[in-house]
Design a protein around this ligand. Structure first.
Ligand code: MF3
Ligand code: CO
Length: 282
Protein backbone atom coordinates (compact mmCIF):
# COMPACT_ATOMS: atom_id res chain seq x y z
CA UNK A 1 0.00 0.00 0.00
CA UNK A 2 1.40 3.41 -0.82
CA UNK A 3 -1.14 5.36 1.11
CA UNK A 4 -4.70 5.88 2.20
CA UNK A 5 -6.98 8.75 1.38
CA UNK A 6 -10.11 8.93 3.49
CA UNK A 7 -9.89 5.21 4.13
CA UNK A 8 -9.22 4.41 0.49
CA UNK A 9 -6.39 1.88 0.01
CA UNK A 10 -4.00 2.84 -2.78
CA UNK A 11 -2.05 -0.01 -4.30
CA UNK A 12 1.55 -0.06 -5.55
CA UNK A 13 2.27 -1.28 -9.09
CA UNK A 14 3.42 -4.63 -7.72
CA UNK A 15 0.27 -5.02 -5.66
CA UNK A 16 -1.83 -4.32 -8.73
CA UNK A 17 0.11 -6.95 -10.66
CA UNK A 18 -0.87 -9.40 -7.89
CA UNK A 19 -4.48 -8.28 -8.24
CA UNK A 20 -4.22 -8.94 -11.96
CA UNK A 21 -3.19 -12.52 -11.16
CA UNK A 22 -6.25 -12.90 -8.94
CA UNK A 23 -8.39 -11.24 -11.64
CA UNK A 24 -7.18 -13.73 -14.24
CA UNK A 25 -8.36 -16.60 -12.04
CA UNK A 26 -11.78 -14.91 -11.89
CA UNK A 27 -11.80 -14.46 -15.67
CA UNK A 28 -10.88 -18.10 -16.20
CA UNK A 29 -13.71 -19.25 -13.94
CA UNK A 30 -16.16 -17.01 -15.82
CA UNK A 31 -15.18 -18.58 -19.13
CA UNK A 32 -15.27 -22.17 -17.86
CA UNK A 33 -18.56 -21.79 -16.03
CA UNK A 34 -20.32 -20.13 -18.96
CA UNK A 35 -19.21 -23.12 -21.01
CA UNK A 36 -20.37 -25.66 -18.42
CA UNK A 37 -23.80 -24.13 -17.74
CA UNK A 38 -26.53 -26.16 -19.45
CA UNK A 39 -29.99 -27.48 -18.69
CA UNK A 40 -29.70 -30.37 -16.22
CA UNK A 41 -26.56 -29.06 -14.49
CA UNK A 42 -26.96 -28.06 -10.83
CA UNK A 43 -25.70 -24.80 -9.40
CA UNK A 44 -23.77 -26.88 -6.84
CA UNK A 45 -21.89 -28.58 -9.68
CA UNK A 46 -20.95 -25.17 -11.07
CA UNK A 47 -19.64 -24.16 -7.64
CA UNK A 48 -17.56 -27.35 -7.58
CA UNK A 49 -16.01 -26.39 -10.95
CA UNK A 50 -15.22 -22.96 -9.56
CA UNK A 51 -13.45 -24.60 -6.60
CA UNK A 52 -11.34 -26.55 -9.07
CA UNK A 53 -10.33 -23.34 -10.88
CA UNK A 54 -9.14 -21.91 -7.54
CA UNK A 55 -7.21 -25.08 -6.63
CA UNK A 56 -5.54 -25.31 -10.05
CA UNK A 57 -4.28 -21.73 -9.69
CA UNK A 58 -3.21 -21.92 -6.04
CA UNK A 59 -5.82 -19.26 -5.24
CA UNK A 60 -8.25 -19.07 -2.34
CA UNK A 61 -11.85 -17.86 -2.24
CA UNK A 62 -12.92 -14.32 -1.38
CA UNK A 63 -16.45 -15.56 -0.66
CA UNK A 64 -16.17 -18.82 1.34
CA UNK A 65 -16.94 -18.07 4.99
CA UNK A 66 -17.60 -14.39 4.29
CA UNK A 67 -20.11 -12.58 6.48
CA UNK A 68 -19.39 -14.36 9.75
CA UNK A 69 -18.00 -11.11 11.15
CA UNK A 70 -21.15 -9.18 10.18
CA UNK A 71 -23.70 -11.36 11.95
CA UNK A 72 -24.56 -13.28 8.79
CA UNK A 73 -24.33 -17.05 8.41
CA UNK A 74 -20.85 -17.67 6.91
CA UNK A 75 -21.19 -17.85 3.14
CA UNK A 76 -21.05 -21.58 2.29
CA UNK A 77 -19.71 -21.55 -1.30
CA UNK A 78 -17.00 -20.02 -3.50
CA UNK A 79 -19.46 -18.57 -6.02
CA UNK A 80 -22.75 -16.73 -5.85
CA UNK A 81 -25.09 -18.19 -8.46
CA UNK A 82 -28.29 -16.20 -8.89
CA UNK A 83 -30.93 -17.54 -11.28
CA UNK A 84 -33.70 -15.55 -13.02
CA UNK A 85 -35.46 -13.39 -10.38
CA UNK A 86 -32.49 -13.80 -8.03
CA UNK A 87 -30.35 -10.66 -8.24
CA UNK A 88 -27.24 -11.46 -6.21
CA UNK A 89 -25.83 -13.73 -3.49
CA UNK A 90 -27.73 -16.84 -4.62
CA UNK A 91 -26.29 -19.89 -2.83
CA UNK A 92 -25.32 -22.80 -5.11
CA UNK A 93 -26.87 -26.17 -4.28
CA UNK A 94 -29.30 -28.76 -5.57
CA UNK A 95 -31.08 -26.46 -8.01
CA UNK A 96 -31.13 -27.96 -11.51
CA UNK A 97 -30.78 -25.40 -14.29
CA UNK A 98 -33.58 -25.40 -16.85
CA UNK A 99 -33.44 -24.43 -20.52
CA UNK A 100 -33.60 -20.66 -20.83
CA UNK A 101 -32.49 -19.86 -17.26
CA UNK A 102 -30.62 -16.61 -16.77
CA UNK A 103 -27.64 -17.36 -14.55
CA UNK A 104 -25.56 -14.67 -12.82
CA UNK A 105 -22.25 -16.03 -11.64
CA UNK A 106 -20.26 -13.93 -9.17
CA UNK A 107 -16.83 -15.08 -8.05
CA UNK A 108 -13.86 -13.79 -6.09
CA UNK A 109 -10.28 -15.10 -5.89
CA UNK A 110 -7.32 -14.24 -3.64
CA UNK A 111 -3.65 -14.56 -4.63
CA UNK A 112 -0.92 -13.49 -2.22
CA UNK A 113 -3.54 -11.69 -0.13
CA UNK A 114 -4.92 -9.62 -3.06
CA UNK A 115 -8.48 -9.96 -4.32
CA UNK A 116 -10.21 -10.02 -7.68
CA UNK A 117 -14.03 -9.92 -7.91
CA UNK A 118 -16.20 -10.23 -10.98
CA UNK A 119 -19.60 -11.37 -12.22
CA UNK A 120 -21.00 -12.49 -15.54
CA UNK A 121 -24.48 -13.46 -16.65
CA UNK A 122 -24.90 -16.41 -19.01
CA UNK A 123 -27.69 -18.66 -20.27
CA UNK A 124 -28.45 -22.30 -19.59
CA UNK A 125 -29.51 -23.38 -23.07
CA UNK A 126 -31.34 -20.73 -25.12
CA UNK A 127 -32.49 -17.37 -23.84
CA UNK A 128 -35.64 -15.54 -24.84
CA UNK A 129 -34.87 -12.24 -26.64
CA UNK A 130 -35.92 -10.38 -23.46
CA UNK A 131 -33.42 -12.23 -21.30
CA UNK A 132 -30.66 -11.69 -23.84
CA UNK A 133 -31.50 -8.00 -23.94
CA UNK A 134 -31.47 -7.70 -20.13
CA UNK A 135 -28.03 -9.29 -19.91
CA UNK A 136 -26.64 -7.22 -22.81
CA UNK A 137 -27.93 -3.97 -21.32
CA UNK A 138 -26.38 -4.81 -17.95
CA UNK A 139 -23.01 -5.71 -19.51
CA UNK A 140 -23.03 -2.55 -21.62
CA UNK A 141 -23.92 -0.46 -18.56
CA UNK A 142 -20.88 -1.97 -16.82
CA UNK A 143 -18.63 -0.93 -19.73
CA UNK A 144 -20.19 2.52 -19.80
CA UNK A 145 -19.30 2.84 -16.12
CA UNK A 146 -15.77 1.54 -16.64
CA UNK A 147 -15.33 3.93 -19.55
CA UNK A 148 -16.18 6.92 -17.36
CA UNK A 149 -13.24 6.28 -15.02
CA UNK A 150 -10.25 8.54 -15.57
CA UNK A 151 -7.39 9.89 -13.46
CA UNK A 152 -8.48 13.13 -11.86
CA UNK A 153 -12.16 12.24 -12.17
CA UNK A 154 -14.40 11.17 -9.29
CA UNK A 155 -15.85 7.81 -8.33
CA UNK A 156 -19.43 8.94 -8.90
CA UNK A 157 -18.59 9.66 -12.56
CA UNK A 158 -18.78 5.87 -12.92
CA UNK A 159 -22.11 5.71 -11.08
CA UNK A 160 -23.55 8.45 -13.24
CA UNK A 161 -22.44 6.80 -16.47
CA UNK A 162 -24.10 3.51 -15.51
CA UNK A 163 -27.38 5.27 -14.74
CA UNK A 164 -27.22 7.44 -17.82
CA UNK A 165 -26.63 4.40 -20.01
CA UNK A 166 -29.64 2.55 -18.56
CA UNK A 167 -31.84 5.66 -18.90
CA UNK A 168 -30.77 5.95 -22.55
CA UNK A 169 -32.23 2.51 -23.36
CA UNK A 170 -35.65 3.44 -24.68
CA UNK A 171 -36.88 0.00 -25.78
CA UNK A 172 -37.82 -0.93 -22.21
CA UNK A 173 -37.92 0.56 -18.72
CA UNK A 174 -35.18 -1.26 -16.83
CA UNK A 175 -34.74 -1.06 -13.06
CA UNK A 176 -31.44 -0.17 -11.38
CA UNK A 177 -30.90 -1.94 -8.06
CA UNK A 178 -29.89 0.63 -5.45
CA UNK A 179 -29.37 -1.38 -2.24
CA UNK A 180 -26.25 -3.14 -3.52
CA UNK A 181 -23.26 -1.32 -4.97
CA UNK A 182 -19.78 -1.74 -6.33
CA UNK A 183 -16.87 -1.14 -3.97
CA UNK A 184 -13.19 -0.56 -3.46
CA UNK A 185 -11.15 -3.76 -3.50
CA UNK A 186 -7.57 -4.78 -2.71
CA UNK A 187 -6.26 -6.49 0.42
CA UNK A 188 -9.94 -7.13 1.25
CA UNK A 189 -12.85 -7.80 -1.10
CA UNK A 190 -15.02 -4.96 0.18
CA UNK A 191 -13.34 -1.62 0.87
CA UNK A 192 -14.35 2.00 0.66
CA UNK A 193 -15.53 3.69 -1.44
CA UNK A 194 -18.99 2.39 -2.40
CA UNK A 195 -19.64 2.60 -6.13
CA UNK A 196 -23.41 2.98 -6.60
CA UNK A 197 -25.01 2.45 -10.00
CA UNK A 198 -26.74 5.83 -10.06
CA UNK A 199 -26.04 9.38 -8.96
CA UNK A 200 -24.63 12.75 -9.86
CA UNK A 201 -21.13 12.93 -11.34
CA UNK A 202 -18.19 14.68 -9.68
CA UNK A 203 -18.74 13.26 -6.18
CA UNK A 204 -16.79 10.86 -3.99
CA UNK A 205 -13.07 10.17 -3.83
CA UNK A 206 -10.81 11.29 -6.64
CA UNK A 207 -9.75 8.58 -9.08
CA UNK A 208 -5.98 8.31 -8.66
CA UNK A 209 -3.29 5.78 -9.52
CA UNK A 210 -3.50 2.77 -7.21
CA UNK A 211 -7.27 2.96 -6.69
CA UNK A 212 -8.94 -0.34 -7.59
CA UNK A 213 -12.71 -0.61 -7.87
CA UNK A 214 -15.28 -3.34 -8.44
CA UNK A 215 -18.00 -1.92 -10.69
CA UNK A 216 -21.14 -4.06 -10.68
CA UNK A 217 -24.50 -2.98 -12.07
CA UNK A 218 -27.51 -5.14 -11.15
CA UNK A 219 -30.36 -4.42 -13.56
CA UNK A 220 -33.95 -5.71 -13.48
CA UNK A 221 -36.58 -6.21 -16.15
CA UNK A 222 -39.27 -4.89 -13.77
CA UNK A 223 -39.20 -3.10 -10.43
CA UNK A 224 -35.82 -2.68 -8.75
CA UNK A 225 -37.26 -3.36 -5.27
CA UNK A 226 -35.43 -6.19 -3.52
CA UNK A 227 -36.17 -8.77 -0.84
CA UNK A 228 -33.87 -11.22 0.96
CA UNK A 229 -34.84 -14.90 1.34
CA UNK A 230 -34.86 -16.84 4.63
CA UNK A 231 -31.35 -18.15 3.92
CA UNK A 232 -30.29 -14.53 4.75
CA UNK A 233 -28.24 -14.30 1.54
CA UNK A 234 -30.27 -14.69 -1.63
CA UNK A 235 -31.52 -11.32 -2.88
CA UNK A 236 -34.52 -11.42 -5.24
CA UNK A 237 -36.69 -8.89 -7.02
CA UNK A 238 -39.91 -8.24 -5.09
CA UNK A 239 -41.97 -8.48 -8.27
CA UNK A 240 -40.16 -11.69 -9.37
CA UNK A 241 -38.96 -10.05 -12.57
CA UNK A 242 -35.61 -11.17 -13.97
CA UNK A 243 -32.33 -9.57 -12.95
CA UNK A 244 -28.83 -9.59 -14.47
CA UNK A 245 -25.45 -8.82 -12.87
CA UNK A 246 -22.12 -8.01 -14.50
CA UNK A 247 -19.00 -6.98 -12.61
CA UNK A 248 -15.33 -6.24 -13.20
CA UNK A 249 -12.45 -5.17 -10.97
CA UNK A 250 -10.70 -2.22 -12.64
CA UNK A 251 -7.91 0.25 -12.15
CA UNK A 252 -6.76 3.36 -14.01
CA UNK A 253 -3.10 3.84 -14.92
CA UNK A 254 -1.33 6.77 -16.56
CA UNK A 255 -1.85 5.02 -19.89
CA UNK A 256 -5.52 4.15 -19.53
CA UNK A 257 -7.91 1.53 -18.16
CA UNK A 258 -6.97 -1.92 -16.99
CA UNK A 259 -9.78 -4.43 -16.43
CA UNK A 260 -8.18 -6.87 -14.03
CA UNK A 261 -10.92 -9.52 -14.26
CA UNK A 262 -11.12 -9.66 -18.08
CA UNK A 263 -9.01 -12.33 -19.81
CA UNK A 264 -7.56 -9.73 -22.20
CA UNK A 265 -7.43 -6.97 -19.58
CA UNK A 266 -10.30 -5.25 -21.37
CA UNK A 267 -8.32 -4.53 -24.54
CA UNK A 268 -10.96 -5.63 -27.02
CA UNK A 269 -14.01 -4.00 -25.39
CA UNK A 270 -12.12 -0.78 -24.63
CA UNK A 271 -10.90 -0.66 -28.22
CA UNK A 272 -14.46 -0.94 -29.51
CA UNK A 273 -15.45 1.95 -27.25
CA UNK A 274 -12.48 4.03 -28.35
CA UNK A 275 -11.04 4.03 -24.81
CA UNK A 276 -7.34 3.76 -23.91
CA UNK A 277 -6.13 0.35 -22.71
CA UNK A 278 -3.44 0.90 -20.10
CA UNK A 279 -2.05 -2.25 -18.44
CA UNK A 280 1.04 -2.00 -16.25
CA UNK A 281 4.15 -3.55 -17.77
CA UNK A 282 5.18 -6.89 -16.19
N1 MF3 B 1 -19.02 -10.20 -5.23
C1 MF3 B 1 -20.03 -9.91 -4.26
C2 MF3 B 1 -20.15 -8.44 -4.13
O1 MF3 B 1 -19.21 -7.72 -4.17
C3 MF3 B 1 -19.77 -10.46 -2.90
C4 MF3 B 1 -20.34 -11.75 -2.64
S1 MF3 B 1 -20.81 -11.88 -1.01
C5 MF3 B 1 -20.15 -13.32 -0.49
O2 MF3 B 1 -21.23 -7.99 -3.99
F1 MF3 B 1 -20.56 -13.54 0.65
F2 MF3 B 1 -20.46 -14.26 -1.30
F3 MF3 B 1 -18.87 -13.20 -0.44
CO1 CO C 1 -18.30 -7.15 -5.87
Amino acid sequence: MIGRRRGVELKTADQMRQMRRAGLVVAQAHAELAEAAAPGVTTGELDQLAREVLARNGASSSFLGYGAGFGLPPYPAVACISVNEEIVHGIPGERVLADGDLVSFDFGAIIGGWHGDGAVTFPAGEWTPERRRLSDVTRDALWAGIGAARLGGRVSDISHAVEEFIESCDDHEFGIVEEYTGHGIGSAMHQPPDVPNYGRPGRGPKIVEGLCLAVEPMITWGSAETATLDDEWTVVTRDSSDAAHWEHTITVTKRGLWVLTALDGGEEALGRLGLPFGPLAD
